[in-house]
Design a protein around this ligand. Sequence first.
Ligand code: ZN
Ligand code: ZN
Ligand code: ZN
Length: 375
Amino acid sequence: MTPAVPALAERIRRAGEVAASHDVEVLLLTPGTDLRYLLGYGGASHERLTCLVLPAAGHLAPPAIVVPKLEAPGLAALPLAELGVEVLTWTDGEDPYRLVSDLAGGPTRMAVADSMPASHVFGLRDVFPDVAQTLAGPVLRELRMRKDAGEVAQLRAAGAAIDRVHARMAEFLMVGRTEAEVGEAITAAILDEGHTEAAFVVVGSGPHGASPHHDVSGRVIERGDVVVVDIGGPLPGGYNSDSTRTYAVGGEPPATIREAYAVLQDAQERSVAAVRPGVTAESVDTAAREPITEAGLGKNFVHRTGHGIGLDVHEEPYIVGGNPILLEPGMAFSVEPGVYLEGEWGARIEDIVVVTADGCERLNTRPRDLVVLPG
Ligand code: ZN
Ligand code: ZN
Ligand code: ZN
């Protein structure tokens, strides 16, 4: 589950190298997915400072982690000694920011984790009054955006797990149940299929389907409803699933909906077909958007086509107009165009794909048609 020591050591080494190339002298990483990526341990974020101090390549100090003494047992299982990461504990009443500044020496440019709480950002500012703070995200994304074989295997397992939940949708989604009841049953299935958490469960029935990030509500599913089901969460290794299918419950939807859905399905296919190394993220968005716009539904496709996925559900690369980033093997992201008719209905089709040497692998393989459930 946790990457082997040599893989982690290589990540730490490369983080230092990329930091240097970004003109950053030290990375300061508090609990979160960046830390988990580098150490196999995400930590927990709260008011007491836990912080990995990772000098850029060319700086002599070894990496070190500053951690509250009472949290130190949580690190006992980590291969920190093998990784050459020093552990410095502190107790209540001491100034942990001072410890960080002693470790970091006198940098002039530091990068802090994107998710670092502002209280820690300001605490660090007090002990490094003249040091420019930038975000560590641009450094870490250069590593995290391209998944290695072990990460792809975990994303593949997550995709298969969420596909098994979608395969059981007729057990959960039926006429007369509220969205919340359907959501509870789906949550149980997400856990049954090996996730540690149902990170999100969207059951958007009828008019609620027109709100892309609808949650669940007390609305009762009616015969003939079109329902958007967008679900996912992490497996124990931390890698996430995320897949959307749209269902019709208890009967065929009207021809207008069928026609619009066919446009959406074609757009999703074309967008997936556009994925290969060397094309821009923007071009994958365009491949989905053009056919939808040509069908007169452009204004109903109200979001980007996709987002990267890994230890975070949403991460780089974003599949969005204006993103010139070139796709490379190992990049993993969603392809999820949707159409939303306010007050009436909505539909979305979402697969996670991984860029391969000559195209992509889909990690979600459930039928993409508008599946009619018995209801
Ligand atoms: Zn979303
Ligand atoms: Zn989703
Ligand atoms: Zn998504």
